[in-house]
Design a protein around this ligand. Structure first.
Ligand code: LMR
Length: 397
């Protein structure tokens, strides 16, 4: 039966963890996967999460099946966070939200639903994009193409080329956009650029799918959600996937969501009924624990305030590490304008290093980053920074 099965390549991001774990170099540093570690190099358990978890454990509740679309209070809290609890779309019941298995799960439920709705549509992702965007939409049955995004010469957005590609795409084309903290480049659209992108999408009848995996890691919760509000203001129907993996440091709990903004309450309930079929036929219904934690934190004012403080702490530490990386690279002899490192947003820096250089970082120094040149700044700390900078200097020389 399995004689003809080929060995698949490792996942370009999660596969690095496997390689990292097997590496015996005592100095090894994992800057591959997008995971925040604190100043001691440890994955944090947020205090707000620990407090909510204690409440849940103390309550000793039995675990029945959740509704197919998840915990109602969780879905409502997601809507409040993403769209604003008082926004028209929420108060009018025009958003269909489901609890998903992480942001990836939200993307896949959306992709499977879209495949039924628009079987012949093409999907456009940014060039470059998160490696799994292409794989996920391809596996959902779509032909996936790219729109120009990153301009290596300016380390900014190739904006005119991006708009030209969107404007030349047939109506119904699905466009995957990063709400904030673009993965892998850390280069985001300005508010004016978002307006132009949204106007182009509207004019050409494209279908926006906004991936918001890093809300709170750029400038703040509201600031990072600004693009979603601009989509709302334009009156478009669109998709938003949400992840709490990073913002709650709940990676392994797989807590995310998918929200679909519709034109009417009736439409939203029909869309929700279809999303439920996708879920039921994949994994039946979602797990309880992580979503209960997130719902408890988001709906308890004191815990919510604590969460916002802890999230701000992570965001600010990453920004400090960006500045420190520039200093250490300069000390290590790396020449040229490094200011791009502090201008990029979110967990990643797009270093411009080639795949060969990234492979040398791994094999010679045990410093793991993605072959695209992406390094996770959120995993730098005062203890590993000088070593990483020296390694980068060595492969850059
Ligand atoms: C990343 O880009 O490293 C994260 O989003 C983790 C993942 O699932 O790839």
């Amino acid at each position: 039966l399995f004689a003809s099965v080929e060995l698949a390549p490792r996942d370009p991001i999660l596969g690095l963890n496997e390689q990292f774990n097997a590496d015996t170099n005592p100095a090894k540093v994992n800057l591959g996967v997008g995971v925040y570690t604190d100043e001691n190099g440890k994955l944090p358990l947020l205090a707000c999460v620990a407090a909510a978890e204690k409440q849940l454990v103390d309550a000793h509740k039995a675990r029945g099946y959740l509704p197919i679309d998840g915990i109602a209070a969780y879905d409502k809290a997601v809507q409040g966070l993403v769209f604003g609890a008082d926004s028209d779309v929420v108060t009018q019941g025009r958003v269909a939200t489901i609890q998903a298995l992480g942001g990836t799960g939200g993307l896949k439920v959306g992709a499977d639903f879209l495949k039924r709705l628009r079987p012949d549509a093409k999907v456009l992702i940014s060039d470059p994009s998160w490696e799994n965007h292409r794989a996920l939409f391809t596996n959902a049955g779509f032909a996936v193409e790219q729109y120009p995004y990153y301009d290596a010469a300016t380390r900014g957005v190739a904006f005119d080329a991006m708009i030209a590609k969107l404007a030349a795409s047939p109506a119904g084309t699905i466009v995957v956009l990063h709400a904030c903290c673009h993965n892998p480049t850390g280069v985001d659209l300005s508010s004016e650029q978002w307006d132009k992108v949204i106007a182009t999408i509207k004019q050409h009848g494209l279908v926006p799918f906004v991936d918001m995996a890093y809300q709170g890691f750029g400038f703040g919760i509201a600031e990072d959600g600004a693009a979603v509000r601009q989509f709302l203001a334009a009156g478009l129907d669109f998709f938003v996937s949400t992840s709490f993996s990073k913002s709650f440091s709940l990676y392994g709990e797989r807590v995310g969501a998918l929200s679909v903004v519709c034109s009417s309450k009736d439409e939203a309930s029909r869309v929700l009924s279809q999303l439920k079929i996708v879920i039921r036929t994949n994994y039946s219904n979602p797990p309880t624990h992580g979503a209960q934690i997130v719902a408890t934190v988001l709906t308890t004012p004191a815990l919510r305030a604590q969460w916002e403080g802890e999230l701000a702490g992570m965001r600010e530490r990453i920004k400090r590490m960006r500045g420190a990386l520039v200093d250490q690279l300069t000390n290590a002899g790396v020449k040229g304008d490094l200011s791009y490192i502090v201008k990029q947003n979110g967990m990643f820096s797009y270093s411009g290093l080639s795949a060969t250089q990234m492979q040398r970082l791994r094999s010679e120094f045990g410093v793991y980053g993605v072959d695209s040149g992406r390094i996770c700044v959120a995993a730098l700390n005062d203890g590993n920074l000088a070593y990483v900078a020296k390694a980068i200097a060595a492969v850059s020389a």
